[in-house]
Design a protein around this ligand. Structure first.
Ligand code: GDP
Length: 527
């Protein structure tokens, strides 16, 4: 029998879209986010988009270190409504010193928007973030930005998507000219022109046409640009991939949009198409199989923990992605790992200094839970079900430092700090064989800086970090392990759980170890 709650869940799930924007710094993520929020009437605009190049600090810059560097270390969530949809944008740090948080946040998204600078193409950080999305098989939508500037040939950019990222593409619209000559885009599906006009280039006009050879297109684009457009569209129609929704949903084909975020050009078209094509909240896997969002029992998992958002209170906030059921404030849920029931009484939906208390939330939404130290990354919460969601992946560190405490008398708080921060997933800890030295691994330099800062401020410990020359960590699985084999360009260590890990100085060192140890497996993640 269909209950009232079933109907409510069905409707709430159907209207939700939860996604993250992935890009390399400076591609225009802050700008695009701002424009998207504006379309939504920016119900939660205040302090969400970082004015990191401005002197004022946005309210999501909680930590001192963020203020000092004027960047956002942690991810927050922005929510807005647009034409019947409820949109959750997961914000990921845009700085090149990104961290594991960035990766983990992507596990809470159901799709991603990949933002690319038309002059730069696919850049290093885009590639890394893309690979994480690829692992999850989520749909990826591409927005090629800054068309108001001279950029690279659009075909060349599509080729790059395929060659570097291995994803095929379907341009939803196509630029007419670029830079100073940019006059707008031709929408392939709707056969219409969206024109970029006016002296300030801010006025946007939409004109219906019968096709690319409509006299109107010719008169607006001029002979040269028109013939170029007409050839391009023909080439796309004949030689390009056909639009295939199944492939889009599997992350094998990316719909591509061209625009200029700063001029608000192409953003609305993008948003409207995206909302139509992007998936609603997806099920998540657990020990009892996939949990559908419309299941009436509430469930969710913690994908990130942020400590000390308010230094005066030393509190922590755990970010929970709702997987199924309806959340209401004050409800009791089972904390599976801890084996006890807890009451969710002070949930915050939007995390900035003026935190909103949420009364109700649905699958796809992210809520912040006050955490007196009871949560860990990956914890499952649920109502009336003993379920454990699949482990969140941990990512292979790329930067390593030996850590020591400056004042030996502070060994206890030092150990406590390291233990807690490891538990939060801020760092990975390895110990060397024999000497029991502690080596920390991270994916971004900023994680070391945050660690130093937090050890001092939260645990009163000054630490010393000594950078090690390693670039890769591989979990070693072999019947017989001989530490003597890993002395040159590499080192054998153990992780927190006692698994063997080899740290390598170079790709070459890793390859030669693989060659010399045919029976061994070198895994990028812990087994
Ligand atoms: P983020 O680092 O990805 O968040 O990038 P920002 O949104 O801060 O943008 C980086 C720079 O690119 C800023 O100076 C923006 O004003 C500029 N920018 C963003 N979008 C556009 C665009 O469409 N055209 C041009 N010309 N500049 C843009």
């Amino acid at each position: 029998m269909t209950t009232q709650l079933d109907k409510e869940l069905e409707a709430e799930v159907a209207k939700r879209r939860t996604f993250a924007i992935i890009s390399h710094p400076d591609a225009g993520k802050t700008t695009l986010t701002e424009k998207l929020l504006l379309f939504g009437g920016a119900i939660r605009l205040a302090g969400t988009v970082k004015g990191r190049k401005a002197s004022k600090h946005a309210t999501s810059d909680w930590m001192e270190i963020e203020k000092q560097r004027g960047i956002s270390v942690t991810s927050s969530v922005m929510q807005f409504d647009y034409e019947g949809h409820r949109v959750n944008i997961l914000d990921t740090p845009g700085h090149q010193d990104f961290s594991e948080d960035t990766y983990r946040t992507l596990t809470a998204a159901d799709s991603a928007v990949m933002l690319i600078d038309v002059a730069k193409g696919v850049e290093a950080q885009t590639k890394k973030l893309f690979q994480v999305c690829r692992l999850r098989g989520i749909p990826i939508f591409t927005f090629i930005n800054k068309l108001d500037r001279e950029g690279r040939d659009p075909f060349e950019l599509l080729e790059e998507l395929e060659e570097i990222l291995g994803i095929r593409s379907y341009p939803m619209n196509w630029p007419i000219g670029s830079g100073k000559q940019f006059c707008g885009v031709y929408d392939r599906g709707k056969s219409q022109l969206e024109l970029f006009q006016g002296d300030d280039h801010k006025h946007i006009e939409v004109r219906k046409v019968s096709g690319v050879d409509d006299p109107l297109v010719k008169s607006i684009a001029g002979d040269y640009l028109h013939s170029q457009l007409s050839q391009d569209i023909e080439l796309l129609d004949v030689a390009g991939d056909p639009f295939d929704m199944e492939k889009v949903l599997k992350g094998e084909l990316t719909p591509v949009f061209f625009g200029s975020a700063i001029n608000n050009f192409g953003v609305q078209t993008f948003l409207e198409n995206f909302l139509q094509l992007a998936p609603k909240p997806e099920p998540r896997n657990s020990n009892i199989g996939a949990i559908e969002p419309t299941k009436t029992n509430f469930s969710g998992y913690i994908f990130k923990i942020q400590a000390n958002m308010n230094p005066a209170h030393r509190d922590r906030v755990a970010f929970l992605r709702i997987v199924s059921g309806k959340f209401s404030r004050g409800m009791s849920v089972r904390h599976i790992r801890a084996g006890k029931d807890i009451k969710l009484s002070q949930p915050q939906q939007f995390l900035a200094q003026d935190r909103d208390i949420v009364e109700e939330a649905y699958p796809g939404d992210i809520i912040g839970l006050f955490d007196p130290g009871i949560f860990r990354i990956g914890d499952s919460l649920s109502q009336g079900m003993e379920i454990v969601f699949d482990d969140l992946p941990s990512f292979s560190p790329e930067l390593f430092s030996k850590v020591t405490v400056k004042n030996a008398l502070k060994h206890k708080p030092f150990q406590k700090g390291i233990d807690q921060l490891t538990e939060e997933g801020t760092i990975q800890v390895f110990t060397t064989i024999g000497f029991e030295d502690m080596i920390l691994g991270v994916v971004g330099q900023l994680q070391f800086e945050v660690l130093e800062h937090r050890m001092k401020n939260e645990y009163g410990v000054d630490i010393q970090l000594q950078r090690q020359n390693y670039q890769f960590a591989r979990w070693l699985v072999d019947d017989k392990i001989d530490p003597g084999k890993f002395r040159i360009n590499s080192q054998l260590v153990k992780d927190k759980k006692g698994n063997y890990v080899v740290l390598f100085e170079s790709e070459y060192a890793l390859r030669s170890a693989i060659d010399k140890n045919p029976t061994a497996k070198f895994l990028t993640n812990s087994p």
